[in-house]
Design a protein around this ligand. Structure first.
Ligand code: XMP
Length: 326
C-alpha cells in the first residue's frame, strides 16, 4: 500500500465524530512511530502546522518542540497568537525566534521578487537548521503536509515546507494530516479546540507580507502595510465577508503620490486592496465588495495609517493578474 495515497474508502471528515475518530487513530499512530523520542515542528501559525502542533501536543506533549520563526513579515498579531494559543493555552514546548532584524537587513535594498523569495526561503532554512543543531536528541521532523500538497507537488506550499535541510541533518518525517483535504484539516482543528481565527484563516504565502510590500522593503512601508491589512481584515470580519471571500489583503507599492492631510501637502503610498474568489488558486475572480464598505475601508485606512494617502481596488482577475502582486 502506498502510504501517500488516500485509500478509496476513506470517509471525508465532515463531522465532529469523524474528526475525533481520526484524532484518536493518529494519536496512536504517532505514539507508535516516535516512542519516547523528540519531534521538531516548524510552527508558522498557518492552519496546517497549527493543527499538526495541536494534534502532536495531545499525542506526545513535551516531546514535541515547536519552533516559531517570526520573520518580521507576519500579519498583525499573528506571532502573538501563536504564543498565546500554543504556549499559554496548550502548554507547548515552544521556541520563539524573533528574526525580524535578520530578515529585514538581508532584504534591505532588494527589489526583485524572485530574489526576495529566495532570501526569505534560504534564511528560514538557516535559522531552522541552527535551531535543530542546537537541540539534543531530535530524531523526527513533523510537517503540515496535506493531501493537495502531495497531489500537486508543485502546489502552493512547495515554497515553504522545510525541504532543503543539509544532508547531515535529515529526520524521519511525521505527517499526520497528509491524507486530508483542507476542509478536513479544519474540522480536525476545531475538534482539537483551536480557535476559529486560526482554523478558518485564509491562505497566507510563506514569504508573508514580504511579497505584498512591493519592491525593496522598508520598515515604515511594511508597518503601513501591516496596519492597513489589519483594518481590511477587521472590516471584512465585521461585514461577514471574511466568511465568503477566499483571500483578501493589501499590497503597498513603492510609489508615492501627492495628497492633502490636515490642510497640508501629504505624500504617501497607495494601499491596494485585493479580494478574490477561487477554488484552486489557479484562476480567480474578483469579489464585488459593496461600495459603502469600500468607502469605509478607504476612510479608515487613510485616516488611521501613517504613510498611506490613497486606497485603490484591484479589479484584475487571474489570469491576467496573479493573486499576489509579486
Ligand atoms: P498567485 O500569486 O501565484 O498565488 O496567483 C496563488 C496562491 O498561492 C499563494 N502564494 C504562496 N504561498 N508561498 C506560499 O506558501 C509562496 O511563495 C506563495 N506565493 C503565492 C497566494 O497567496 C495564493 O493563495
Amino acid at each position: 500500500m502506498n502510504p501517500n495515497k488516500r485509500p478509496d474508502d476513506m470517509k471525508r471528515i465532515t463531522t465532529r465524530e469523524l474528526a475525533n475518530a481520526f484524532i484518536d487513530e493518529q494519536i496512536k499512530a504517532v505514539r507508535e512511530q516516535v516512542g519516547s523520542k523528540k519531534v521538531l515542528l516548524a510552527l508558522s501559525g498557518g492552519v496546517d502546522s497549527s493543527v499538526v502542533a495541536a494534534l502532536l501536543i495531545k499525542a506526545i506533549g513535551k516531546q514535541l518542540v515547536c519552533v516559531h520563526v517570526n520573520h518580521g513579515l507576519m500579519r498583525k498579531g499573528e506571532s502573538e497568537q501563536v504564543i498565546d494559543v500554543f504556549e499559554k493555552g496548550l502548554g507547548a514546548n515552544l521556541v520563539y525566534i524573533d528574526a525580524t532584524d535578520r530578515y529585514l537587513s538581508k532584504l534591505e535594498g532588494v527589489s526583485s521578487p524572485e530574489e526576495k523569495r529566495k532570501i526569505i526561503g534560504a534564511e528560514f532554512i538557516r535559522i531552522f537548521e541552527e535551531e535543530a543543531r542546537g537541540l539534543e536528541g531530535i530524531e523526527f521532523l513533523a510537517q503540515g503536509t496535506i493531501y493537495p500538497d502531495i497531489i500537486e507537488s508543485d502546489g502552493v506550499k512547495a515554497h515553504h515546507n522545510v525541504g532543503g535541510l543539509p544532508e547531515d541533518l535529515q529526520f524521519e518525517l511525521v505527517e499526520p494530516v497528509k491524507l486530508l483535504y483542507k476542509d478536513e484539516v479544519r474540522e480536525v482543528g476545531r475538534a482539537l479546540g483551536l480557535p476559529s481565527s486560526m482554523v478558518d484563516r485564509q491562505p497566507f504565502p510563506g514569504p508573508g507580507l514580504g511579497v505584498r510590500c512591493l519592491g525593496a522593503i522598508t520598515r515604515d512601508r511594511l508597518e503601513a502595510l501591516r496596519e492597513a491589512d489589519a483594518i481590511l481584515r477587521e472590516e471584512f470580519e465585521n461585514s461577514g465577508l471574511s466568511k465568503t471571500v477566499w483571500q483578501y489583503f493589501i499590497a503597498v507599492p513603492d510609489v508615492k503620490s501627492v495628497g492633502v492631510k490636515d490642510g497640508k501637502r501629504y505624500e504617501g503610498w497607495p494601499a491596494i486592496i485585493r479580494a478574490v474568489n477561487t477554488t484552486d488558486a489557479m484562476t480567480a475572480t474578483i469579489e464585488e465588495i459593496p461600495y459603502a464598505l469600500l468607502h469605509r475601508i478607504t476612510d479608515r485606512i487613510t485616516k488611521e495609517v501613517e504613510g498611506i494617502n490613497r486606497v485603490c481596488y484591484d479589479l484584475t482577475p487571474k489570469p491576467v493578474g496573479t493573486i499576489e502582486w509579486e
